[in-house]
Structures are given as structure tokens and as C-alpha cells.
Write a protein that binds this ligand. Structure first.
Ligand SMILES: [Ca+2]
Ligand SMILES: [Ca+2]
Length: 590
């Protein structure tokens, strides 16, 4: 049958998917700062958060006449807004305390580190202050100091709290003759009284380990960073230690190092423990030729042993980003700050990256940026999670006329949408229904609206209506037009060029939106029996229609599918179209 047929141009030209970049728009986060802020406060150098409360330390803030005394500021989510709830000041605050260098919150308790606190003539011995909330009022409950405190300990350089247990890092603590070996101290609360439960040191402690530079707490577990640790001769490769509590006794469970650790990584600068997972930052980790780009690591515990699950780096990382300067892990979400990253033309504007875990796989979900967009913001100096919101400190940000005042940003239900599965172009016969599906990541709930166009006949995008849609001489039936998976069926077309139509989806949440790529639906008109081939079986169908000729003829299949050029008759023109597809044997591919 193929001999003697006139070859005509392929009517079903390969469709060109109109690929558009996904537009994950970053919505404006909520900015909080001290209402009384002044230049060089460095507000949000440290940030802690619970579900509805954020605390930001401003360690270099002048209080009264005391330079570098420091304060901390509390904000609470009330009536759909983040409102100031209190200002925390040490009862015995003095110049150079740098109160607010570290902060942590659990429930109605906040602890604040003041590593510069002097004890008599012992400068930089350090202290930690505990505040509790009653109603909306914060009051100092305790001042914590180490049982063996000494000058230069920097006790309070890092803090963490979990229930009625607190841990305090003192990276400057000497171990015998080992300067800067470091230590961490555990305190427990009974009623309103705090007592030291343990002093933790590494089993292999040595000079310049900086053990305690970072700390994190879980249930009967502590993680402690020692970013100066020499590993097998590699100076400042860094390590993180895990300690477990049994009863009231603490014991070292593991020493963790990066699988690809080398000298100078400073692995352990930041740590965050959540359940059986631990995140660790290595802010000076090189990436290829990029010195000091930084990296993050996630370790997983089996209950006894720890293994590295992932190494995370920024998709667009560059040299001197200092990625991993800060980190926070909660469940299957982790964030790392990259405060020295250049954004556009702005050096040290900084950013933070959020990753989510599915199974054992971590995927970058969002890149967070400040709304101000200024050089030297140091955005990402601190990170925290407040429920589903991500909090990021921009500790050097200029606020109004105040250079270095600092601000924090809360990305609530407005974490930018990232479309992680795009709709797929498809070719179908006239009788086969199609679904176009996308998957959006970010903070839900999401609103979906599918759009279509009969490009190039009708190039403007219009919303897909539930039920019958028509335009550009095409009609189809749609369902689930405002869900992630659009159903399309009943294609018909009376004239016009192919492809049949293009579809895309607009996704939005409370403050932002994103548009998916466009996907093409192409209809293989000649595949009359819907088996994805144009072969002899279709020819049998076509022959029957060809012999009947008129679409209105009794016995002609409904909608006259063999009338490929939509002129009301099945004639030699349709036969030529069929012959071309028959020669190709297959439907055109999108
Ligand atoms: Ca077929
Ligand atoms: Ca025809």
C-alpha cells in the first residue's frame, strides 16, 4: 500500500516545548531589629528560636556608658505579626561582657552567653544568664559560671538548651598546659535552681582544639564542635564530638570527622543536633578551586555508631562564602549560613541555604537572602528555625543610618516556592486522557492554577477552565485545574497548526508565586486505535472512514477522527496525511 502514495510534508511537526525558567520568586521576609538599635550593635550575631519566639543577641551593643556590654531582644509571633516581647540585660552587666554572643531558647527559657564577662580581675572568664518568661515578661532566673572558671575561658561563647538541661561552651579553657583545648559544661535545673552536672572534655583533647566553639543539645545527648582540632597531622581540620547521658553521667560516644576532611577546614565551627541526626559546618572548606567556600555535613546515628550521610554545598557557591559558619537542623530540614558570600556586586551580603531530606537524600530547597540587599550585611551569620519559619541574622546590616546595627529576617510561610517536578510534554491519540503534573517545594499550602494556550494560533496564556475549554480551533475537557495534577481529555481540533496546546501551572502561597515550565500536548491524530503506532490496524480504521467519505454519514465513528484536516470529509487529502504518518510508523514525539 505504500507504493504510489504522494509524500506530503509531515503535518505533525515535532513540537518545540516552550521552555521557560521556573521563576521561584523570593518573597519579602519579615525583618525584625531592635527599635532602639544603634550603630555597631551587631544585632542577630546569634539567633535562637522556638515555634513562636525569636531571640537575637546584640553582643557589641553599648548599654548606658558600657561599650560592648550587649543585650538580647525577644520577639514573639502574636496576632499574625512578630512583635517585640522584651529586652534581656544581665543584672550585673558591664563593659566588654559581649552578652548576646550566643543565645538559645526552649519553651519559656532563654539562655544568653556573655563570654567577655570578667570575674574580678579574670578577664574573659565568661558567664551565662538564664531568663524565664511568665506571661509576656522575661526575668533573670540565674547566672551560670563554671566550677573551675579562669581568665580567658570564654565560657558562654556557645550555648544550647533542651528542657531543663543547658550546655555552655568555653573554647578558651586550658586543659592542663594545653591552651585553648576547650571544655563544655552541662547544667541542669531543678525547680528554679541550676547546678553544674558535668564538665565535658574530649578524650583526645589537645592545645588549640577550640572544643566548645559550638554546642548543641538533644535528649540526653550533646554535640560539641572543636574546629581547631588537628586530625592525623592536619592542623585545624576540625572534629565534632557526641556525648551521651545515662542517669546523671556523661560519656563521650563518638568523635566525628568529615570523610573528605583536610587541614584548615575548621569542621565543627557550627553544630546542630536533632534526633539521631547531626549537622556540622566547615566554614573554610575549599571546593575545587574555591578557597574558603565552606561546606556542611550531616551525620546519622544508628544509636551507637555515627556515619556521614551527606555533604552539602551551595548550588552556586563561590570562594570565601564561609558556608557553614552557622547551621540549624530540625527534623528533615537543615540550614547553613554563608555570611561572607558576594551577592551581585555586594561583597559579604551573605545568604543562607535550606535543604530538605527525603529518605536519605538531601536536596537544596531554598536560598535565602535579605530584603535589604546591601554589601557587608553578614546575612547568614546566624540561623534558626521557628517552627516552619527560617530565621537568619544579618549581623552587620546597616539599618537606617546605623552602620553595623544588624537585623534578622524571618521567612515564615513565605519560603520561596521551588518547582522540583516540571510538567512533561506528551503525545497522545485523540482518545487518551492526559495528566500534566508538577511538584512544588517550599512552605505550603500551595495554590495552583493551570493555564493553556493554543500556541502559535493563540499565544496568550489563559486559565484552564474545569470542563470544556475552547480556543484556537481546539477543544478539550479538563479537570483538577487548581490542583498539582491537571487532567485533560477529549481533544478535538477543527483547524490550525499543531501542536495541539501548551500547558503550565502557576503556584502561589501566602506571599509569592512561581510558574512552571510549559509542556506541550501533541495529538497523534492518525493513531486511530491508540496504541502509539500508526500501522495497518489504523489503516483498517481509516479505510472504513475513507469509504464512507462524509463525516455526517451514518456509521462514521463519532467526531470523525479520520478527517485529519477537519474539512468534513475523509478524502485523499486525509489519506496523504495518514500515509506520511504510516511511513513513519510512529506518532511524532514531543
Ligand atoms: Ca495505532
Ligand atoms: Ca478531510
Amino acid at each position: 500500500m505504500r507504493e504510489g502514495l504522494v509524500r506530503v510534508a509531515l503535518v505533525l511537526a515535532p513540537a518545540v516545548a516552550a521552555l521557560m525558567p521556573a521563576r521561584g520568586q523570593s518573597c519579602a521576609p519579615i525583618q525584625v531589629s531592635a527599635s532602639s538599635g544603634t550603630a555597631n550593635d551587631n544585632f542577630a550575631t546569634a539567633t535562637g528560636a522556638s515555634t513562636d519566639t525569636v531571640v537575637c543577641g546584640a553582643p557589641n551593643r553599648k548599654v548606658g556608658a558600657n561599650a560592648f556590654q550587649g543585650q538580647a531582644f525577644v520577639f514573639r509571633f502574636v496576632s499574625a505579626a512578630w512583635n517585640p516581647e522584651g529586652t534581656l540585660t544581665a543584672s550585673d552587666g558591664a563593659a566588654n561582657d559581649t552578652f548576646g554572643s550566643s543565645v538559645a531558647i526552649a519553651g519559656d527559657t532563654i539562655i544568653v552567653g556573655a563570654p567577655g564577662k570578667a570575674s574580678g580581675t579574670a578577664t574573659y572568664q565568661g558567664a551565662v544568664y538564664v531568663f524565664t518568661r511568665s506571661g509576656a515578661t522575661w526575668t533573670q532566673q540565674a547566672k551560670l559560671t563554671a566550677s573551675d572558671g579562669a581568665a580567658g575561658d570564654n565560657f558562654g561563647c556557645s550555648v544550647a538548651i533542651f528542657g531543663d538541661t543547658a550546655i555552655v561552651g568555653a573554647y578558651g579553657k586550658s586543659g592542663g598546659a594545653n591552651f585553648y583545648q576547650g571544655a563544655a559544661y552541662v547544667f541542669v535545673r531543678t525547680g528554679s535552681s541550676w547546678t553544674q552536672q558535668a564538665k565535658l572534655t574530649a578524650s583526645d583533647g589537645a592545645a588549640n582544639d577550640f572544643f566548645g566553639v559550638s554546642v548543641s543539645l538533644g535528649l540526653d545527648a550533646a554535640a560539641i564542635g572543636a574546629d581547631g582540632k588537628t586530625i592525623s597531622g592536619a592542623t585545624a581540620q576540625g572534629a565534632a564530638y557526641v556525648f551521651k547521658r545515662t542517669g546523671t553521667a556523661w560519656a563521650q560516644q563518638a568523635r566525628l570527622v568529615a570523610q573528605d576532611g583536610v587541614a584548615g577546614d575548621y569542621f565543627g565551627t557550627s553544630v546542630s543536633l536533632s534526633g539521631s541526626s547531626l549537622a556540622v559546618g566547615a566554614l573554610y572548606k575549599a571546593s575545587g578551586a574555591n578557597a574558603y567556600q565552606g561546606a556542611g555535613y550531616v551525620f546519622l546515628s544508628s544509636g551507637v555508631s555515627w556515619t556521614q550521610q551527606a555533604k552539602l554545598t551551595a548550588s552556586d557557591g563561590g570562594a570565601f562564602d564561609y558556608f557553614g559558619s552557622s547551621c540549624v537542623l530540625s527534623g528533615d530540614s537543615v540550614a547553613f549560613g554563608a555570611p561572607n558570600q558576594t551577592i551581585g556586586a555586594n561583597p559579604a551580603q551573605g545568604s543562607a541555604y535550606v535543604y530538605v531530606r527525603s529518605g536519605a537524600t538531601w536536596t537544596q530547597q531554598s536560598k535565602l537572602l535579605s530584603a535589604a540587599g546591601l554589601a557587608d550585611e553578614w546575612f547568614g551569620a546566624s540561623v534558626a528555625f521557628a517552627g516552619s519559619a527560617a530565621v537568619t541574622g544579618a549581623a552587620q546590616q546597616k539599618v537606617g543610618p546605623n552602620v553595623g546595627q544588624g537585623a534578622a529576617y524571618i521567612f515564615g510561610s513565605n519560603i520561596p516556592i521551588n518547582i522540583i517536578q516540571q510538567p512533561v510534554s506528551v503525545t497522545n491519540c485523540t482518545q487518551t486522557a492526559t495528566a500534566m503534573t508538577i511538584t512544588a517545594a517550599g512552605t505550603g499550602p500551595f495554590n495552583y492554577q493551570w493555564q493553556w494556550r493554543a500556541a502559535p494560533a493563540v499565544p496568550a496564556w489563559i486559565p484552564v477552565a474545569a470542563g470544556l475549554n475552547s480556543g484556537g480551533a481546539r477543544t478539550f475537557t479538563a479537570a483538577n485545574t487548581t490542583g498539582p495534577s491537571l487532567s485533560i481529555s477529549g481533544y478535538s481540533q477543527t483547524s490550525g497548526a499543531l501542536p495541539f496546546a501548551e500547558f503550565r501551572c502557576l503556584v502561589s502561597n501566602t506571599c509569592g508565586n512561581a510558574t512552571s515550565n510549559a509542556a506541550t500536548l501533541q495529538v497523534c491524530w492518525c493513531d486511530l486505535n491508540c496504541d502509539q503506532l500508526v500501522d495497518d490496524l489504523d489503516f483498517v480504521f481509516f479505510s472504513g472512514a475513507y469509504n464512507l467519505f462524509e463525516c455526517t454519514e451514518p456509521g462514521m465513528p463519532a467526531s470523525c477522527p479520520s478527517d485529519f484536516n477537519f474539512d468534513g470529509v475523509v478524502d485523499d487529502v486525509d489519506f496523504a496525511i495518514f500515509a506520511t504518518a504510516y511511513d513513519a510508523l510512529a506518532c511524532p514525539t514531543p
